[in-house]
Design a protein around this ligand. Sequence first.
Ligand SMILES: NC(=O)c1ccc[n+]([C@@H]2O[C@H](COP(=O)([O-])OP(=O)(O)OC[C@H]3O[C@@H](n4cnc5c(N)ncnc54)[C@H](OP(=O)(O)O)[C@@H]3O)[C@@H](O)[C@H]2O)c1
Length: 320
Amino acid sequence: MKPSNQPTIPSSPSPTLILGTAMWGWTTPRAACFELLDDFYRHGFREVDGATNYPINKRPEDFRKAENILLEWIKAHEIKDLKVMMKVGSINNMRTPENNLSKSFLLMLLDEYRNLFGSNLDTFMIHWDNRAAEAEIRESLEALARARELGVRAGLSGIKHPEAYAQLNKEFGFNFRIQFKHNILQSDYPRYKPFHGKAGFITYGINAGGIKLDPKEYGRGSSLMARGGKTEEEPAIARPLKAILGKATRAEGRPGVSSFNHCGMTFAYHSPDVTGILLGASTSKQLKDSLEFFSALKTYNYRDLYERLKELHEKQAGKV
Ligand SMILES: NC(=O)c1ccc[n+]([C@@H]2O[C@H](COP(=O)([O-])OP(=O)(O)OC[C@H]3O[C@@H](n4cnc5c(N)ncnc54)[C@H](OP(=O)(O)O)[C@@H]3O)[C@@H](O)[C@H]2O)c1
């Protein structure tokens, strides 16, 4: 048997990393966003995720603030080779399901984002759709088809009825990129069954919004707290995770796994259909840690740890 400290020979390309911007201009100040972009870009990464409604902090004056920080950085450095994924449809940042996915509105946004981002626009993604009606979804797909003609990839996120999209896609033939929530506590992968093996899946929320194994690690600007999560007590998942980490990670020649973030990255990296991992790093220090651990995932074999995390995830999902 191959010892696990030997380099992995990947059977399929490893997932790429995508820098998330959901907390930009909210818990992550503009200067920190600039530092994150500088570091991410300097390390050779190019993919950045955005959405018209970021940050979703219920402050109307912050609508589109995250994309504007990104645009400011792009302009300041005259960047032309980013790969920006824009999620569209929301008409405010109030955390409500109000949106507009009509063909005309999507085409208008496509035009606008092509003007704003130029060659940096890579993916145009429908964001939050609760509709099931075929005629309405068809309209949205017609707008994505226009994006494809212009060399922009098509994506889906927060789709309540993936089966309706899959049915229509028999005509459209999109090679969709799909953002889905996927972490040890919870995963939307089962809901996207019609696309299993047929789309490039991109994980978000790998830290379940900012969970720490030890409550002492939560800072004052903790992103979990800002999102309304509990930070006073050790999360219930901490004990079984620490037991797994105690057994699994050390003494095998590979870098150790010490945080919820490392577990989330391992779980995402080896999950089926995953072609991208969204990083929600809020500081340069966190980004450095995630980039280093990504490099370890590419170099060493962590599949045994993944299997243990998957077992825990399945037990957890059974509880819900
Ligand atoms: N498609 C969608 O509907 C959707 C939904 C949500 C997010 N997204 C995208 O996915 C991105 C990531 O989502 P998310 O913010 O929910 O991700 P997440 O990974 O679950 O949470 C991010 C938080 O985890 C903590 N963290 C991240 N890296 C860490 C590290 N190396 N060490 C320790 N803690 C670390 C930070 O919390 P602290 O700041 O408290 O330290 C950070 O704010 C977003 O920015 C957005 O672009 C998409």
